[in-house]
Design a protein around this ligand. Structure first.
Ligand code: IMP
Length: 194
């Protein structure tokens, strides 16, 4: 009889992220079944993304029996905003949104930006924490374009698709190059080895 797969919980209230990660894990032949769990996580103020991720991970350790992970992303406009909104990405998106961000860089023809993703995993079999990171470089679109994806996707143009925003490519294409897709690839390699 086939052994029932262990559950790997992804703690998130963001269905877009869950869908991206589910797709990225499909047919990867890992011995875990992914399940979404929506628990409100405490967000500390820090300019160190790893510290934020570890704090979130540890804050729910007693609530979950098996292995679980959280994912924290950030959008950084390296030029001309020196990395803003960065660790404030969520707050800035909720307050001024993509329109507001574009206004901040209105006069700049050349821009440089990146997304980062940190996956923090609590791995029950080893009773240890692990981090997996991914980064994607690109620039900011001068206008909002596309309807796929979420968040800052309509204003981010990845270097790999110089004419398209993340919101103009499909989820598979995004996963192949994105910050989250790259972090997930590292998680998959880890799960295959352990
Ligand atoms: P979070 O704290 O990881 O949920 O993300 C911080 C902010 O970045 C939120 O406003 C998200 O909507 C946005 N964000 C996270 N990941 C992505 C992405 O893959 N594309 C576009 N925006 C994203």
């Amino acid at each position: 009889m086939k052994k029932k797969k262990d559950i790997l919980y992804f703690i998130t209230g963001n269905n877009h992220k869950f869908n991206e990660i589910s797709l990225a894990l499909q047919s990867k032949n890992i011995k875990y079944q992914l399940k979404q769990l929506n628990i409100n996580l405490i967000e500390i103020q820090s300019d160190n993304p790893k510290e934020i991720a570890f704090f979130k991970l540890r804050s729910i350790k007693d609530d979950i029996k098996g292995s679980y992970f959280i994912e924290d992303a950030g959008f950084f406009i390296d030029y001309p905003l020196n990395g803003f909104p960065g660790v404030y990405s969520s707050y800035i998106f909720r307050t001024i949104g993509n329109e507001g961000v574009l206004k901040l860089i209105d006069n700049f023809e050349i821009t440089k930006a990146h997304f980062s993703s940190i996956i923090a995993l609590y791995f029950k079999p080893l009773e240890k924490e692990f981090l997996f990171e991914g980064i994607i470089e690109g620039r900011v679109s001068p206008r909002i374009r596309g309807t796929n994806g979420f968040g800052y996707d309509p204003i981010f143009i990845p270097n790999d698709y110089p004419d398209k925003t993340f919101a103009e490519i499909n989820m598979n294409e995004k996963n192949n190059i994105s910050h989250r897709g790259l972090a997930i690839k590292k998680l998959v390699e880890f799960l295959k080895k352990n």
